[in-house]
Design a protein around this ligand. Structure first.
Ligand code: DP6
Length: 323
């Protein structure tokens, strides 16, 4: 059977940076995120006896090398679970540019996990799917549950998974991605995670994570947007301080990234309550409440921003079609 699944990207308010187990992708700390309605991957999978090898198409092109290997390795996990040997035809499409810090691996592996397990005849629970997609890409486990999500770090394969804290209609938070650079990044997040330990600040970062997770959960529960935004912004800067001081240093920002950071601070001083967060790339995610989106979009239109993508919180991975 051919299965098509769709999964959103997600933005981490509290980030995952650094692993305690590389193969299982067990993170050093728990993280908190929101699924993004405007950025997603749609993936089709069909297992067939007629295939000699896995056929992987990403955004219309046959995947090769490392990119293909990562998908094939994931399909091996699915075959083992389903006790089958057949090869698969996979076709995956993103509605956003790859490798720019908009978490294509998160939506990609979440959609692949759901489509491939279902095409292999399995019916996994949300927790099982989250655990499985984590092994494709850590952040993918957060794109399985709905809305606002927590990935519990855990210590073992079975205790490290994501669950929903609140459904998507809980709070009208908007994420506006400002694309300032489209070049693929030179250092992938997988390589970056492994360098986190080389920063002299990493230990300090990790020692503060439990409290940060508690604090942001309290801000979410109280719907205290100021508190929420302050934590989000300082968390992003904390992670980038680790990246910048790793050996070799990882500098994901472009000049346009920094200039937009300054704009955001100015706008806030002028009364527009918006905060920024940045993943492993140059683009910014601007976080505001729904009532401020119009104003924010107008401000962005006056700047040198290539494109903006507006997202609200949304459901996690879903099956679209079965044929
Ligand atoms: C900066 O999930 O892409 O976006 O597990 O190696 O695939 P792998 O890493 P990935 O790392 C995401 C890092 C981040 C922060 C986050 O999303 O929490």
């Amino acid at each position: 059977m051919k299965i098509t699944a769709k999964a959103p990207a997600n933005i981490a308010f509290i980030k995952y940076w650094g692993k305690k187990d590389e193969t299982l992708r067990l993170p050093m700390n728990s993280s908190i995120s929101m699924n993004l309605s405007g950025v997603y991957t749609t993936t089709e999978v069909e297992f067939s006896d007629n295939l000699e090898s896995d056929q992987v198409r990403l955004d219309g092109k046959l995947a090769e090398g490392k990119e293909r290997e990562r998908v094939v390795k994931f399909l091996e996990l699915v075959r083992k679970l389903a006790k089958i040997n057949t090869r698969a035809e996979v076709s995956s499409k993103n509605n956003f540019p790859k490798g720019t810090g908009i978490a294509s691996s998160a939506s990609g592996f979440a959609a692949l996990a759901l489509a491939s397990t279902s095409a292999a005849g399995l019916s996994l629970s949300e927790k099982e799917l989250s655990i499985l997609s984590r092994k494709g890409s850590g952040s993918a486990c957060r794109s399985i549950p709905d809305g606002f999500v927590e990935w519990k770090a855990g210590d073992t394969n079975y205790t490290s998974y994501a669950h929903s804290l609140y459904q998507s209609d809980y709070w009208d938070i908007v994420d506006v991605i400002a694309i300032v650079g489209r070049k693929s990044k030179k250092v992938s997040s997988t390589e970056g995670h492994a360098k986190a330990y080389s920063s002299p600040f990493y230990k300090t970062r990790i020692s503060g994570m439990k409290k940060k997770v508690r604090d942001i959960k309290a801000a979410l529960s109280d719907k205290n947007f100021t508190k929420f935004g302050e934590i989000v912004e300082s968390e992003a800067l904390n992670m980038h301080a680790v990246m910048m001081t790793s050996e070799p240093s990882l500098i994901y920002w472009y000049p346009e990234t920094l200039s937009l950071i300054h704009e955001v601070k100015d706008w806030r001083r002028d009364g527009l309550e918006v905060y920024f967060t940045i993943d492993a790339g140059p683009n910014l995610h601007l976080i505001c409440l729904g009532k401020e989106v119009y104003k924010l979009k107008n401000k962005l239109k006056k700047l040198e921003v290539d494109e903006i993508i507006v997202s609200r919180a949304c459901d996690g991975a879903r099956i679209l079609y079965k044929k």
